[in-house]
Every structure is written in structure tokens, then in C-alpha cells.
Design a protein around this ligand. Structure first.
Ligand code: SAH
Length: 344
């Protein structure tokens, strides 16, 4: 019989299954806390359960845990990049960032990615598979176990397209914010998407309170379709309409990611076009110098053009900041560690 992934179950589901084993109601909560608060990786660590029950649990369930394969720690700011292995050998990446307001972990949502953005290392070898809710949770737990520190924030901005793994991501968010579990406020969570418009509308209906980040990277279809194939399906205007509706419904300000690529999307004209598209929208623009990826021809914009781009936006009353580069000395762009490991 196939064992059940116990860490992907909600407390309600676990209660039903334990009820079927004749266990009292409080038992499910006790086990749920071992998994989600004490973050144990084996049933043997659940010391207040009888040996008999632990054996029974081992027969029916397994605990999904990732293992840390490699770790790069920035000497500049403590940012830590982890290469992690899933139970079937797939590799993913997670990054711990330390801020004044707390520790934030950037997690992967898929092994690989099929979105094909031209500047991104994560998509070079396509998508292998979706991550399970338990695997996304354990990326955060592995960092907490490794550092012994609390993780208060999460960003879904690692390898993969979260909205291409919609059901598992939504369940992960439910588990992450469960009061009997990690109890992370979804106000402390950002989800970044390349713009799967149909799923943005689905997410809007759930009104989860998280911050939606849109990887925009271009002000018009001509440039965006060239660097982001997803734009051939959903055009810039459709995407921005969805964002406006998302804000109207949820009251959550949209955050736009704009990666500046030398000679591609960093001209003053692009900045003006972007400003006119975003005018009147309650949003924030995050300007990011593109990380050079060896396999692509794209290069970083100069500091000067980045500052000029920001100035144009600011003058037009569009809130724009330049992303502080954390962990500059371990600078491996999204998906590069995984890619290099697979190639070597
Ligand atoms: N698929 C989601 C989330 C993962 S990518 C998305 O597209 O938003 C996380 C962010 O990193 C996205 O904004 C993506 O466009 C950006 N990114 C990818 N490769 C990059 C690179 N080489 N330099 C800078 N940002 C990059």
C-alpha cells in the first residue's frame, strides 16, 4: 500500500484519518504539532506517543523531508543559499535572507520550470515536476533546523512558477498559516508570478492577504514577448487589468519586479512607457539589476541607467526602489546552483 504524505495533510484531514484508527481527537493535534512546530523528521521523535501508535503511523504514513546538499554563506550579510535534495533525488534551491524585521526564506515551488523566460537559469532544462506542499514547507523547516532561528517571512520566488503548481501552493499556504502549525501570517508572504492571468483571478477569489509580485520586466508586448514566452498567451494589458482587479478585490498593493537588462528594457523610453501603463495603480516597482547567467546573452544595465530609470518613474509618481543586492559574494542567479550541479 502506498504511504500517505502526512505533512501535506491539514489538521482536519489528519483528525479524520486518526479517528479511523480509533484515536481520540486531541491526538491529531499532538502529531500535527510535532510535524509543523517541532519540525521533526521521524515518528520516533514523537516521544509522547505510545510505541505502538508510532509503529502504526510508520506503516501508514511517511514524513517528507529535504536534505541540505550544499550551503553558501555570504560573508557580507549572512544571506545563505541552500541546494536541497528531495526524496526522489531532485535538486532545488532555497535562500535565507536576514532582515531587521526577521528571517525570510525564498523557496522553490517546482523542480525546474517550463515558463522559458530568456534570462532565467531555472528554466534552462525545463520542468521536472511540481513540489508537494510538504516539500515547500520543509524547505522553510530545513532552514529553521539548520540555523536554529525562527523564520517569520517567506517568498515564493525560487525555482519554478508557483501558479503553475496552483493546488499544491494553495495547500502549502493553508498549512504554513495554520495556527496549530507554523502559524505564519500570510501578510508575511509574497508570491511571485510571471503572469498566469487565469490563476491570478483564482487567487484573487481566495483573498489570502499575501503580497502578489508580478514579474513584469517590460512595458510592452513587443519586448515582453521576446524575453518572456508567457506573454504570447497573456498580453501586458490583460495582465495589468488582472492586477487592478486583484487590488480592488483584496486591497493588497501589487509589487512589480522589473529586471533591468542592458539594451533590452532599460531605456528612458521604456521607463516612460512603464510609468504611463502603471499610472493610477496602487503599486510598487522593484528594479533589479539582472544577474548575469552564463548561458544567456543578457547583461546587467549600468548603475547609471538603473538610477535614471528609477528617476523617470519617481517623477511620474510611481513608487520605485532599486533592490538591494543581498549576498553579492555568493551571487548565484535563480536556478544556477541546481543547473551547475546537474551539468557537472
Ligand atoms: N516564476 C516566478 C517566480 C520565480 S522567478 C516568477 O517569474 O516571478 C523569481 C524572480 O527572479 C522573477 O521576477 C524572475 O523574473 C527573476 N529572475 C529570473 N532570472 C533572473 C536573473 N538572471 N536576474 C534577475 N532576476 C531574475
Amino acid at each position: 500500500m502506498k504511504k500517505t504524505d502526512i505533512k501535506s495533510l491539514t489538521l482536519g484531514e489528519l483528525s479524520v484519518l486518526l479517528g479511523e484508527l480509533g484515536q481520540p481527537v486531541f491526538r491529531a493535534r499532538q502529531i500535527y504539532k510535532w510535524l509543523h512546530q517541532k519540525m521533526v523528521c521521524s515518528f520516533d521523535e514523537m516521544s509522547d506517543l505510545s510505541l505502538n501508535l508510532r509503529e502504526q503511523l510508520k506503516e501508514l504514513f511517511y514524513i517528507n523531508a529535504v536534505s541540505i546538499q550544499r550551503k553558501l554563506v555570504s560573508k557580507l550579510d549572512g544571506t545563505t543559499k541552500y541546494l536541497m535534495k528531495l526524496s526522489d533525488g531532485q535538486l532545488i534551491e532555497a535562500v535565507l535572507m536576514r532582515y531587521k524585521y526577521g528571517n525570510s526564506v525564498c523557496i522553490s515551488t517546482q523542480a525546474g520550470c517550463r515558463m522559458g523566460c530568456k534570462f532565467c537559469a531555472s528554466t534552462l532544462r525545463g520542468r521536472e515536476r511540481n513540489l508537494l506542499p510538504s516539500e515547500m514547507l520543509d524547505e522553510i523547516m530545513a532552514v529553521a533546523r539548520d540555523t536554529g532561528e525562527r523564520v517569520s517571512h517567506a517568498v515564493l520566488m525560487g525555482i519554478g512558477e508557483p501558479l503553475d503548481n496552483y493546488d499544491n501552493v494553495v495547500r502549502f499556504l493553508e498549512l504554513l498559516s495554520s495556527p496549530d502549525g507554523m502559524n505564519m501570517s500570510l501578510r508575511h508572504v509574497s508570491l511571485s508570478t510571471c503572469g498566469l492571468v487565469d490563476r491570478i483571478y483564482d487567487l484573487m477569489e481566495l483573498n489570502l492577504g499575501l503580497t502578489l509580485s508580478i514579474s513584469l520586466h517590460a512595458p510592452n508586448d513587443e519586448i515582453r514577448s521576446r524575453i518572456m514566452p508567457v506573454n504570447r498567451k497573456w498580453k501586458v494589458d490583460e495582465l495589468l487589468d488582472a492586477c487592478r482587479r486583484y487590488f480592488d478585490k483584496t486591497g493588497r498593493r501589487i509589487s512589480f519586479e522589473y529586471t533591468l537588462i542592458d539594451g533590452v528594457n532599460d531605456s528612458e523610453r521604456c521607463a516612460r512607457e512603464l510609468a504611463s501603463k502603471l499610472r493610477g495603480m496602487n503599486c510598487h516597482v522593484n528594479l533589479i539589476p539582472v544577474n548575469n547567467v552564463r548561458e544567456t546573452a543578457f547583461r546587467k544595465s549600468s548603475q547609471l541607467s538603473i538610477r535614471q530609470f528609477q528617476e523617470v518613474l519617481t517623477k511620474q509618481k510611481i513608487n520605485a526602489t532599486i533592490r538591494r543586492e543581498l549576498g553579492a559574494d555568493i551571487n548565484a542567479a535563480c536556478g544556477q546552483l541546481r543547473y551547475e550541479q546537474a551539468e557537472s
